[in-house]
Design a binder for this molecule. Structure first.
Ligand code: ADP
Ligand code: MG
Length: 728
């Protein structure tokens, strides 16, 4: 086995970058060629059908079956020209993975011959069995059916030989069983709530869009090294492994030149991404060794999220070609940075105004401040819920660990905006307020300088930071579906905008001019957010934990407990009043979350136990036997002085014994704890019990990592951190 590890490492090290066949055309020429976008639609659809479809996409007008049939025909023609043989409804169940079931296009025609056929009916709706997907008991046992229904706002795309149709996934009784359905409802809620406010500033506005720009962090590991690590294969992270002598302490990985194998992988990934219409913009080395990041140009939130889901799959496929495996786990390696997925989020009108960017004139700036402050208020009110939205068994390793994000959701504004808010508060009530767009161009009292965008200081410890024209929700995990976080954020903001509009209307009804009415409504909110949710200091410090608790922010660190934020009366009111989740859906989803949490830790615990017994202890004993042999020989060779000569060996033998028995004892205790946890009926109680088991895994790894440190390198069966992290 030891020989095997050595060979694997050698082979991995020798691998060279693959040649990537670069298309002859420019990316802008093949961008979106695998997406049924508007250009393609125009080519393959009759103008009337095209108009009806665009009306459906832009204005939600339903398609009749005749039109749907024609759309399906056009899609089929286009798809077949790309070699497509199958179609699938592509959806996002609560497994956190995407799901697809392929059907071939083959059908018998009326004369019994085979043809390719795709009907409007199968474009619009299908009925997969919902019982095998997590549903939190929503699916009554007598009715296993679930529906997938086409989401025309996200374009159909081709993967390999399959036409993929983005869909929502709901139960027979109408409850959402996925991420997309609630997200779409929440996006509509925020648009509906923002619209009347935007219209006060620009009556021509008819729609407000949410934008998402995700930054995806990930690790790459050579596939041969990966295959020798059962923990990576089964859990996505290393459950054991002594720290490498060199890791990220030299800061020499961040933004460093891309290793050639990695560069080839990225090049191919980008080509595939562009073909799928994903506008990948940025690529770079991240802080930890073998950690990387990519980010696209932001886009409409629902579409951007689909693209993130698509690219996570494509990454895996492309990586395998390059003999890598992508790790999307939030914490694949202890002791170095984990991976997140920053969600850059903003709102904009259909007239092109970005609502979270300072405006061009005083009016625009007042609108900006209005949205800015209300978003902070929403984050404040629902800070526990926002944390719950990003909590998971895997993200728990980042949350609250000494790494963004802390387990407290606060907002970072930066110096400029903090000053602006303070100045606004100081103004006497009723003063006509103008917020200057450009320095010196107006009689404005509060100025937002032009250089504003470059002026936002960076605070890496804040989970929710204002970055000049958007907020960056940094707490989202690298493996997560962004929709979980975006649904909660959108709901919270929609609700707050509703409250604000209600209060503003009272001021307006009292006859105040708009500017004064807006400021008078905003002021108490500004006071409150400054006092509570805004925090520009070090989010990792212990003082902040105390201070945050004093301010009334949620400081819960246990993931299973965090989920309870979804079913508080306030949250139920939030989601039901906006029609996003019913109480039944909220409860079901929490059951799924607790269940997933327990199962993930259960798998880790099993793998840990087996690796301890099957990999670690045998290696340690083999080395111990070699040492014992050495002591015996010493005794024979030096009957008088052997003790002295064998002192190192004796100490090691003892030390190995201690670690082995410590390890075995801890594994046994963990197995016992698991038995007790498994016997619990209640999902929440069980998740809490598994939370304790998760902590015990950290204790189990200590003797293992100690043994790795002392056991003969040749005998150690598992690729070490220094190999996993530095070979690429
Ligand atoms: P950082 O410096 O934070 O690492 P990146 O360039 O890696 O920045 O990523 C920033 C992300 O934010 C990109 O996806 C970008 O398109 C997105 N973004 C920029 N402006 C906005 C905006 N107004 N709304 C939403 N996302 C935005
Ligand atoms: Mg970045």
């Amino acid at each position: 086995m030891s020989k095997l590890r050595f060979d694997v490492v050698q082979d991995a090290f020798k691998k060279k970058a693959l040649d990537v066949e670069t298309p002859l055309k420019r990316p802008s020429d093949y961008f979106g060629e695998l997406v049924f976008n508007r250009d393609t639609m125009r080519k393959y659809l009759d103008p009337k059908i095209y108009d009806a479809l665009v009306d459906c996409i832009d204005n939600g007008r339903p398609l009749d079956l005749y039109t749907a049939d024609r759309v399906a025909d056009g899609m089929k023609e286009w798809a077949v020209s790309h070699g497509v043989t199958h179609i699938t409804h592509w959806f996002q169940p609560l497994t956190e993975l995407t799901a697809e079931k392929h059907d071939s296009l083959l059908e018998y025609d009326s004369r019994g011959r085979m043809i390719e056929k795709f009907s409007g009916k199968s474009l619009i709706q299908q009925e997969p069995d919902a019982s095998s997907f997590p549903n939190g008991g929503i699916r009554a046992t007598f009715e296993a059916r679930g529906y997938t229904a086409w989401d025309p706002t996200s374009p159909v795309f081709i993967q390999g030989d399959t036409l993929c149709i983005p869909t929502i996934f709901i139960s027979y009784t109408g409850e959402a069983l996925d991420y997309k359905a609630p997200l779409k409802k929440a996006l509509k809620a925020v648009s509906d709530a923002a619209l009347p406010i935007c219209r006060l500033f620009d009556p021509a506005v008819s729609r407000v869009h949410s934008y998402l720009g995700w930054e995806q962090e990930y690790f790459l590991v050579d596939e041969d090294l990966y295959s020798a690590r059962p923990d990576l294969i089964l859990t996505g992270r290393t459950l054991m492994g002594h720290a490498s002598s060199k890791n990220q302490q030299l800061d020499d990985h961040y933004f460093a030149a891309l290793p050639s194998r990695v560069a080839a992988f990225m090049r191919e990934l980008e080509i595939e991404g562009y073909r799928l219409g994903i506008p990948i913009k940025t690529r770079h080395n991240e802080v930890a060794p073998n950690q990387f990041e990519m980010a696209p140009i932001y886009g409409e939130c629902n579409l951007a999220n689909d693209q993130n889901q698509i690219i996570m799959n494509v990454m895996n496929q492309v990586a395998r070609k390059h003999h890598f495996v992508v790790l999307l786990h939030e914490k694949p390696f202890a002791g170095i940075n984990g991976s997140g997925k920053h969600n850059n989020w903003s709102l904009g009108t259909d007239k092109g105004t970005m609502l979270l960017a300072p405006g061009k004139d005083p009016k625009g700036n007042l609108q900006f401040i209005t949205f800015f402050v209300n978003i902070l208020a929403a984050v404040q009110r629902h800070n526990a819920l926002l944390k719950a939205s990003i909590a998971s068994a895997t993200n728990a390793h980042r949350l609250g660990a000494n790494e963004a994000p802390p387990a407290i959701v606060s907002a970072f504004l930066g110096r400029t905006m903090t000053e602006v808010l303070h100045k606004l508060l100081e103004l006497p009530s009723g003063t006509p307020i103008e917020i200057a767009g450009k320095k010196g161009t107006s009689v404005g009292i509060v100025e937002i300088p032009e250089i504003f965008l470059d002026n936002t200081d960076r605070n890496r410890t804040s989970p929710f930071a204002f970055t000049g024209n958007r907020f960056e929700f940094r707490a989202v995990g690298s493996s997560a579906n962004c929709a979980g976080a975006m649904t909660v954020l959108s709901a919270a903001v929609a609700q707050q905008l509703g409250f604000f509009k209600r209060d503003l209307d009272k001021e307006l009804a009292a006859g105040k001019p708009l500017e004064i009415a807006v400021m008078d409504t905003l002021k108490p909110i500004i006071r409150s957010v400054i006092d509570v949710v805004c925090f520009d200091g070090n989010g990792y410090s212990d003082e902040w934990k105390k201070e945050a608790a004093r301010r009334g922010l949620d400081t819960e660190t246990y993931v299973p407990k965090m989920f309870k934020a979804f079913t508080t009366p306030e949250s139920i009111d939030l989601f039901t009043s906006l029609g996003i989740y019913s109480p039944k859906e909220l409860e079901a989803r929490n059951e799924v979350k607790w269940d997933m949490y327990s199962k993930k830790i259960q798998i880790e615990a099993r793998v840990m136990g087996r690796m301890a017994v099957n990999h670690v202890i045998p290696a340690a004993i083999a080395y111990q036997n070699a040492l014992l042999e050495n002591v015996t020989r010493m005794k024979e060779a030096f009957p008088e002085t052997w003790r002295e000569h064998a002192s190192v060996a004796t100490r090691l033998i003892e030390s190995i014994s201690w670690h082995i028995s410590d390890l075995q004892w801890k594994v046994d205790a963990m197995v016992e704890a698991r038995k007790k946890a498994n016997a619990l009926e209640n999902d929440y109680e069980k998740a809490l019990a598994y939370h304790a088991i998760a902590e015990s895994l950290e204790a189990i790894r200590r003797p293992i990592d100690k043994l790795e440190e002392i056991v003969d390198n040749d005998l150690w069966p598992l690729p070490k951190y220094r190999e996993l992290l530095f070979i690429n």
